[in-house]
Write a protein that binds this ligand. Sequence first.
Ligand SMILES: NC(=O)C1=CN([C@@H]2O[C@H](COP(=O)(O)OP(=O)(O)OC[C@H]3O[C@@H](n4cnc5c(N)ncnc54)[C@H](OP(=O)(O)O)[C@@H]3O)[C@@H](O)[C@H]2O)C=CC1
Ligand SMILES: Nc1nc(O)c(N)c(N[C@@H]2O[C@H](COP(=O)(O)O)[C@@H](O)[C@H]2O)n1
Length: 219
Amino acid sequence: MHVHVNAAASLDGKLSSRRREQVTISGDDDFARVDEIRATADAVAVGVGTVLADDPHLTLDDPGLVAAREDRGDSPHPARVVADSRARTPTDARILDDAATTYLLVSEAAPGGRREALEAAGAELVVAGAERVSLPDAFDALEARGVDRLMVEGGGELIFSLFEAGLVDELTLYVGSLVIGGRDAPTLADGDGFVSDFPRLSLRDVERVDDGVLLTYDC
Ligand SMILES: NC(=O)C1=CN([C@@H]2O[C@H](COP(=O)(O)OP(=O)(O)OC[C@H]3O[C@@H](n4cnc5c(N)ncnc54)[C@H](OP(=O)(O)O)[C@@H]3O)[C@@H](O)[C@H]2O)C=CC1
Ligand SMILES: Nc1nc(O)c(N)c(N[C@@H]2O[C@H](COP(=O)(O)O)[C@@H](O)[C@H]2O)n1
């Protein structure tokens, strides 16, 4: 499976503020670029922290991109994926509407009642890992369901785990021209952080987009 991580950060590396509310960092051109990456993906993933903070929809905005997917025999929108060990996704989350298939990656520790409620709300559950979602096992299960290209939009906890597991193939980072600051504000890679064996990426491209910079890396 090809895993493409995309995120937007302030120039001090924050994905949002210390309030963990959604901050608009990208401009129109960058959001259009994000839509295009979504359109080429079989599925778009976030962690449950992003679902709880942003209530994202993760579908395509551009009807032309929807039509192009349908012309080539794909579903109108990519599937949606949430890494959610304990099945904390609210049953009324936008990500659970019927616009696209939604896979919830849960662990064996997810309470049975929550699993049933989320299945009733339309989610397809994938169980991988004892306490926390095992990303390698979960991604194998997604691949078995036809997900060959996965886009990951965040947040920082999930992205750190993906780097830690060596699962990232490509990173695009839009760096907006604003400062958010805050020692507790989410960054591109949070988690426990690395103290050695830091992942080193290969810079493929640098481009000016909106009033910021788009960095593209091979991982
Ligand atoms: N600017 C941007 O591009 C973006 C910004 N954001 C912002 O980021 C913030 C949310 O980010 P964050 O709080 O880091 O949340 P994440 O979206 O990264 O979700 C983290 C949660 O995912 C669950 N999870 C399940 N399995 C794993 C695993 N193997 N590794 C890591 N996490 C796992 C964990 O909860 P559990 O243990 O319960 O499973 C964890 O707390 C919000 O403020 C949002 O606005 C988000 C995306 C993009
Ligand atoms: N690329 C990008 N730029 C920003 O400025 C952002 N705040 C985000 N956030 C991500 O986009 C998701 C929202 O998706 P929908 O519009 O609801 O489909 C949000 O959850 C973050 O993952 N991304």
